[in-house]
Design a protein around this ligand. Structure first.
Ligand code: GLC
Length: 752
């Protein structure tokens, strides 16, 4: 963390312990009636016609009676001001409303989906994006975003993997903190500050079978080692709020899980912000089997520490009765309202509750925002394969390319490019790949032949002939294939099959069969199974859903104005049967070392090991992997010392400097994301075969080299041991500085 980040983090954390805010909170709390307190704990969704409680016609009346503390999904300064005026002027205590919205990868300017942004491995970039999103969102009357989504996800079947930063807690923690710093800025009280909301607390990414809203079983050590760190990082960066998750964690729904919400969040971490339930989740405690009716559900959620009820309407209808009957202590209400008021005071809502109405969503996106969106998209792309065609790598497309066939259902569909939770950007804001390539080729006397070829789903091959014909006439065929962002990725979008949907695979094979060089661009919100393509297509790039500047970013990358630098933050499987699949897995007692897993076992030595008989264990493309338009060499990893002391490291004294020489041995200047991994053996509990403990983006010109150095301290080396203590232990540590999670020449460290 840089000094500037540290100072912002400290500033951001200061809101939660500001004596002036605390005094104002207590003074107001003491004036409030029980009904007014319950009102603050109630949030309604206005602006979407779904879910219990919406579709009402009496919101204004409820607000005027002080029965609503927060509203989500209402946007536009005029709209929020009108509702705010009712709250401020007509209620007895003039408590302002808090307006929330899911701004998770941009508001007016839609950036790549978060999984794509994570592939940039660039927290500074993500912080800038969050800052811009905050400036845009606050101009629309929003002061609270339900972001960052920091759920670690190891299962590509889960559609919400699209919303997070992938499978690694170290990278996920760095990115979580970056979003919070960006959203909240130098002070929550700034009018362009958005209160962040770390979600979904917790373990939501581990839902069984990758099926959304399903249950999750996570042992305490795994919870603390993998799923909790990004939440703690978001809190340490000053996050004003958390959102509890939908799923039942170890048989206890996260909406009423006092272990996570109280023991961890309040008692251990001393989090002083507010916790909001997920949408209608308090009512879901009934089908989850832990509440027989709404009163029981409301009581359990309030007792566990959910401060605000998003949209179930049960706090509003049940809490006062529960307190009056003695079934719920007044202190549970007071604690919740205290935290809600703390955030509202910290945001300055009592001092400036209204939003300037001089801008609106209709304004065109400024060039500076488009430039940032383009940079973000370019840095999100991951080059998966780039084979040699006619003597040189197919990408970047060189000057000899005069005609390009652009084929596929995602080549010219602007609405798809904004991905799930796309904010206010619409198709008219997007420059598609087709538009960008037409513009570029026409400037250089080239020709674009466009043919959609197939739909995203369905089996019709009526477009195949036109597509094959276009390919035959062109020097190269670019295939824009992938998922339908409107329903196949994001929330409630679990998939049991990870292949290209519909008959896109058949289209791809038909185009490859023409013999023309093919570039496959994969638009997806998750890892897909791309095994056939990896064997038959010379160039492949994962582009996720790249946002409003999708086209220009892909064109500049395809033609080499910029070199791709993205690295995967999720493992791409060979088959869906490998899921959940992640790099930081434990070894087994029967590792299939030195066995050819590309074929079935032929003897007992090959069979009785931890393997599939019909597929390899390894991912098709591993965590941390991504190619460039140049080549980087890595020297062996070196250490400042071959030994270290566990006790010194536990006392935060002593460290180990790790370095390697990275050289650009190719022909063009490019960025490389250098990664630091460790493996600890001889420990009291098994540790993963690799764990990311550092990363750095460097830029090297051809022939240039740079010694990249990291420092390992107790912070990176400690883990939750057999006694559930988070400590450094004596261990044999293997350490790699590498380009991805499967490479590098390691060094050995002995911790005594
Ligand atoms: C949704 C999502 C959550 C989102 C909330 C408000 O169901 O689970 O991530 O913030 O409701 O839209």
């Amino acid at each position: 963390m840089t000094l500037a980040q540290f100072s912002i983090a400290q500033t951001s954390l200061s809101w939660s312990k500001d004596p002036q805010i605390e005094a104002r909170v207590e003074k107001l709390l003491n004036q409030m009636t029980l009904a007014e307190k319950v009102g603050q704990m109630t949030q309604f969704s206005i602006g979407t016609p779904t879910g219990p409680g919406t579709g009402r016609s009496d919101y204004k009346e409820m607000v005027a009676r002080g029965e609503v503390g927060s509203i989500l999904n209402m946007t536009g300064a005029a709209q929020t001001n009108a509702m705010q005026k009712i709250a401020v002027e007509q209620t007895r205590l003039h408590i302002p409303l808090l307006f929330g919205l899911d701004i998770i990868h941009g508001y007016r300017t839609s950036f790549p989906i978060p999984l794509g942004l994570s592939a940039s491995w660039d927290p500074e970039l993500i912080e800038r994006i969050a800052r811009l999103a905050a400036q845009e969102g606050t101009r629309a009357g929003i002061r609270w975003t339900f972001s960052p989504m920091v759920d670690i996800a190891r299962d590509a079947r889960w559609g919400r993997i699209a919303e997070g930063a992938g499978e690694d807690p170290y990278l996920g923690s760095a990115i979580a903190a970056a979003y919070v710093r960006g959203y909240q800025g130098s002070s929550l009280s700034n009018v362009d500050s958005l209160a962040a909301c770390a979600k979904h607390f917790t373990g939501y990414g581990a839902v069984e079978g990758g099926r959304d809203y399903n249950t999750a079983e996570i042992p305490d050590r795994l919870l603390r080692q993998v799923y909790l760190p990004p939440f703690e990082a978001a809190m340490d960066a000053g996050a004003a709020s958390f959102m509890s998750a939908f799923e039942a964690l170890n048989e206890v729904p996260s909406t009423e899980n006092s272990f996570t919400l109280k023991t961890v969040l309040r008692d251990e971490w001393n989090f002083r912000g507010l916790v909001v339930s997920d949408y209608g989740a308090i009512a879901e405690l009934i089908p989850q089997g832990v509440a027989l009716d709404g009163a029981a559900a409301a009581r359990k959620a309030a007792l566990a520490g959910v401060d605000m009820d998003m949209e179930s309407n049960l706090y509003r209808t049940e809490l006062a009765k529960l307190v009056e009957s003695g079934a719920l202590p007044q202190s549970a209400i007071d604690d919740a309202v205290r935290r809600i008021l703390r955030v509202k005071f910290a945001l300055g809502l009592f001092d400036h509750p209204y939003t300037a109405e001089n801008t609106d969503d209709a304004q065109p996106i400024p060039a500076s925002s488009l430039e940032l969106a383009r940079t973000a998209a370019e840095q999100s792309f991951v080059l998966l394969k780039n084979a040699t065609v006619k003597g040189s790598p197919l990408l970047p497309l060189n000057g000899g390319i005069k005609s390009v066939a652009l084929i596929g259902p995602l080549a010219d569909d602007g609405a798809q490019m904004v991905g799930s939770w796309g904010g206010k950007s619409t198709a008219k804001d997007v420059t598609t790949l087709r538009a960008a390539l037409e513009a570029r080729l026409s400037q250089h006397g080239g020709r674009l032949l466009y043919a959609k070829g197939a739909e995203l789903t369905g089996t019709s091959e009526s477009g195949f002939a036109e597509a094959v014909n276009a390919a035959r006439q062109a020097d190269v065929a670019i295939l824009a294939l992938g998922e339908d962002a409107t329903w196949m990725t994001g929330e409630a979008a679990s998939r049991a099959h990870l292949d290209l949907p519909g008959n896109q695979q058949q289209l791809l094979e038909a185009i490859v069969a023409t013999g023309k060089p093919v570039v496959l661009l994969v638009f997806s919100g998750r890892p897909l199974v791309l095994k056939w393509a990896a064997q038959h297509v010379p160039a492949m790039m994962e582009v996720w859903f790249p946002g409003v500047q999708a086209g220009p970013a892909m064109a500049s990358t395809l033609f080499g104005d910029v070199a791709p630098s993205g690295k995967l933050t999720t493992s791409f499987p060979r088959a869906v049967g490998q899921e959940p699949l992640y790099y930081n897995a434990l070894n087994t007692g029967r590792p299939p070392e030195k066995i050819d897993l590309t074929r079935p076992p032929t003897n007992s030595d090959e069979k009785y090991v931890s393997r599939y008989v019909d597929e390899q264990n390894s991912p098709l493309f591993p965590f941390g992997f991504g190619l460039s338009y140049t080549t980087f060499s890595y020297s062996p990893t070196t250490l400042s010392t071959p030994t270290a002391s566990a006790s010194a490291l536990n006392n935060d004294s002593g460290n180990i400097r790790v370095s390697a020489e990275v050289k650009n041995i190719g022909t063009r200047k490019a960025d490389e994301i250098v990664q630091l991994y460790i493996r600890q053996r001889g420990t009291s509990v098994a540790r993963p075969v690799r764990e990311l403990k550092g990363f750095r983006r460097i830029t090297l010109s051809p022939g240039q080299s740079q010694r990249v150095e990291f420092t390992l301290t107790g912070k990176e080396l400690r883990f939750w041991n057999i006694d559930m203590k988070n400590l450094v232990e004596p261990a044999q540590v293997t350490i790699w500085i590498a380009p991805d999670s499967t490479s590098g020449t390691p060094a050995e460290l002995t911790i005594r």
